[in-house]
Design a protein around this ligand. Structure first.
Ligand code: ATP
Length: 641
């Protein structure tokens, strides 16, 4: 029976039980090159079907096919990346338009919950609606509009959901600034940092950034982090190495220089910038910076932040093969110092100075935002360190999100009104309250359309990303297969020794073969494993015997070729193979082969196909019947050996 395994590209002939097999007629007419008689023709045997595959041509053809499919797959990847880029641009555009409609400076309000103080809450002066806060004080009522209001029951998750789109904008290449503003003790630090069980915006944002970055496999995104505080009008590096801090005291606080280049890009001289390869590392650096931040006890908050704490994430978006340039954007997350009436906090001495400095810089921030809102030519960035640092992230093309915090308590009403008025100024003409109902409606419809476009582009983009992943993995498989095929061809070229040469080698004098053995062995094994004179003689004797027996096998005189148990003849022995090949008149590399046959009595026939297989070719059989037959075949061979 002939079985051709498609994958391995080999043909094998297996015995047909007791029925005698006949070698091919063509084979019987061929004369052995070394003068050995040809294998006798068996006239009674039925002619066998012949399936021959030239193993020497197949790898070459396979190599060419693989090469072509690699080229095709690479082309497919390029096209998919282009498509992904177009979809990404579509999504970015839609998001940008949404943010523009919503306003480049968005203002949210969060009203803190009542703290457990033991005091009974008699009157609640602050009422919240979806986009409105109403404050009642001394018989009067004041209303403040916002883009979004978070009431006392709002969770950290609720807040983050609204902040997330602006993070996407930062990843898309815009400079973004998220600011927490409000009176001391209203929950700015709680919103930004949170606690271990209720993480705030910063840890969530870091996690989200890394999540988004891993989604996009075609362009690589990397992040670096810096942290600083603006304390008493000077800039202090929160991630600086320790020795700097040891020498650090009130008089010699680090005062880093702020530089602005011709393009308006801000750089802070000497500010530590650390690479953050993953979320864990980012969190570690962030906690390190937080621990260094200046806080002190006040009447209002026992761990009151006495400075503005700024964290900068620099986003580097390295383009794929098609777009080599790197886009850089900044995401600032700022926990501003508490706006407070210094007398109320009971501050004296240095704490009083800290309060004044905070208020001064907050006022400068309010001026900058007001100037931007009015689109004035001159924006007073230089009035404070805070506004100098944020210069390139507050102006044109940037997105600003201000979270104003308010206290729900009666005794804080005055401060609450101050904070909400600040927010109102910041919102300015962006406020929807100034728009007519009709215009508001049209804007909402447009935003809904854009949001739909964005979602569609996102889903499509994800599909394309998945497709790219699939094609890339297929490509890598093909490449592996290709290099294996090349290697196999190379090995075949190297290992191919013509039958004549083999026979010649086998018949050579012990001296000559000794040299060959010595050379090859000494190159590959340790010295103690090299052959001795006695072992070489034994080997030569065995080789001669192999040669004689193989000849007798070929001529059918099996009885005269009994192998002793102590001598082993490898089925793959190159000389043995060469002789068999020769006796079959096996054509040379690249020519058509003679099929394998096995003699009816279970003894050896010819196996020319297997002998010419590339050495590293792994043959597998998926057909269980074939496995059984092959193992029987192998057993016979070992019986013979
Ligand atoms: N939404 C909230 N839910 C529960 N607790 C809150 C909330 N907001 C603030 N707190 C608690 O109120 C206290 C003061 O909050 P936090 O320190 O965040 O205020 P702050 O505005 O940062 O003050 P400062 O300006 O003095 O630093 C903290 O104990 C905090 O846990």
């Amino acid at each position: 029976m002939f079985i051709s395994t498609e994958n391995e590209q080999i043909s094998m002939v297996l015995d047909k039980g007791p029925e005698p097999l006949k070698s091919s007629p063509m084979e019987s007419t061929l004369e052995s090159s070394d003068g050995l008689p040809p294998v006798p023709d068996l006239p009674d045997s039925p002619p066998l079907p012949l399936i021959c595959t030239d193993v020497n041509v197949v790898p070459e053809q396979q190599k060419n096919e693989l090469e072509q499919s690699i080229i095709n797959l690479e082309g497919e990847i390029v096209e998919l990346r282009l498509k992904k880029r177009r979809l990404d641009e579509k999504r970015r555009e839609a998001l940008n338009k949404i943010l523009d409609i919503k306003g480049c400076i968005r203002v949210f309000c969060r009203v803190r919950s009542f703290l457990v103080t033991g005091r009974r809450v008699i009157h609640e002066p602050v009422l919240t609606e979806l986009e409105k806060v109403v404050v009642r004080s001394g018989g009067s009522k004041k209303e403040f509009g916002f883009d979004k209001v978070f009431n006392q029951a709002a969770s950290q998750e609720d807040v983050f959901v609204e902040v997330e789109p602006i993070l996407r904008s930062a990843l898309d290449g815009h400079n973004v600034c998220v600011l927490a503003y409000g009176q001391t003790g209203t929950g700015k630090t709680f919103t930004m940092d949170g606690t271990s069980d209720q993480p705030g915006i910063v840890p969530r944002a870091l996690e989200e950034l890394f999540r988004q970055a891993t989604l996009d496999n075609s362009s690589s995104v990397s992040f670096s982090m810096s942290m600083l505080e603006v304390y008493l009008g000077s800039v202090r590096d929160l991630l600086a190495p320790k020795p700097v801090f040891k020498a650090y005291d009130a008089a010699t606080r680090c005062n880093l220089n702020i530089q602005t280049d011709a393009k308006g890009t801000v750089e802070i001289e000497g500010l530590t910038e650390v690479q953050i390869p993953d979320f864990t590392k980012a969190r570690w650096w962030y906690n390190k910076g937080r621990r260094v931040r200046s806080t002190s006890w006040t009447n209002v908050n026992e761990a009151s932040s006495r400075s503005h704490c700024l964290m900068r994430i620099t986003i580097f978006r390295h383009g794929d093969g098609l777009e080599a340039k790197t886009e850089v954007s900044k995401l600032w997350m700022v926990d501003l110092g508490g706006s407070e009436r210094v007398l109320k906090t009971g501050a004296t001495g240095q704490t009083l100075d800290e309060g004044r400095a905070i208020n001064l810089s907050l006022s400068a921030l309010a001026d900058v935002i007001a100037a931007l809102r009015r689109k004035r030519g001159h924006v007073p960035y230089r009035n404070s360190k805070l506004t100098q640092i944020l210069r390139d992230s507050l102006g044109d093309g940037s997105k600003v999100l201000m979270l104003v915090h308010a206290s729900p308590c009666e005794e804080d009403v005055g401060e609450t009104i101050c904070s909400l008025s600040f927010a109102k100024r910041a919102r300015g003409i962006e406020s929807k309250r100034e728009l007519s109902e009709d215009l508001k409606k049209r804007r909402e419809i447009r935003m809904a359309e854009l949001e739909e476009d964005m979602r569609e582009a996102e889903v499509e983009c994800q599909n394309v990303r998945n497709q790219i992943k699939e094609v890339e993995s297929l490509l890598s498989e093909k490449k592996k297969l290709f290099s294996a095929t090349c290697q196999s061809l190379e090995d075949e070229e190297k290992s191919f020794v013509s039958p004549k040469e083999n026979l010649k080698e086998a018949a050579e004098t012990p001296k000559a073969s000794k040299n060959v053995t010595k050379r090859s062995v000494s190159n590959s094994v340790p010295r103690f494993m090299t052959s001795t004179v006695a072992s070489r003689q034994r080997k030569n004797a065995a080789e001669k015997e192999i040669s004689i027996r193989a000849r007798s096998l070929i001529t059918g005189s099996r009885s005269s070729a009994q192998f002793s148990c102590s001598q082993s003849l490898s089925f793959l022995d190159i000389r043995f193979k060469a002789m068999i090949r020769c006796s079959n008149k096996k054509p040379r590399y690249g020519e058509t082969n003679t099929p394998v046959t096995e003699s009816p009595k279970g003894n050896v026939g010819l196996y020319s196909k297997t002998t010419s297989m590339p050495r590293n070719k792994v043959v597998t059989y998926s057909d269980p019947n074939l496995k059984v037959t092959l193992s029987r075949h192998r057993r016979r061979m070992s019986d013979f050996v």
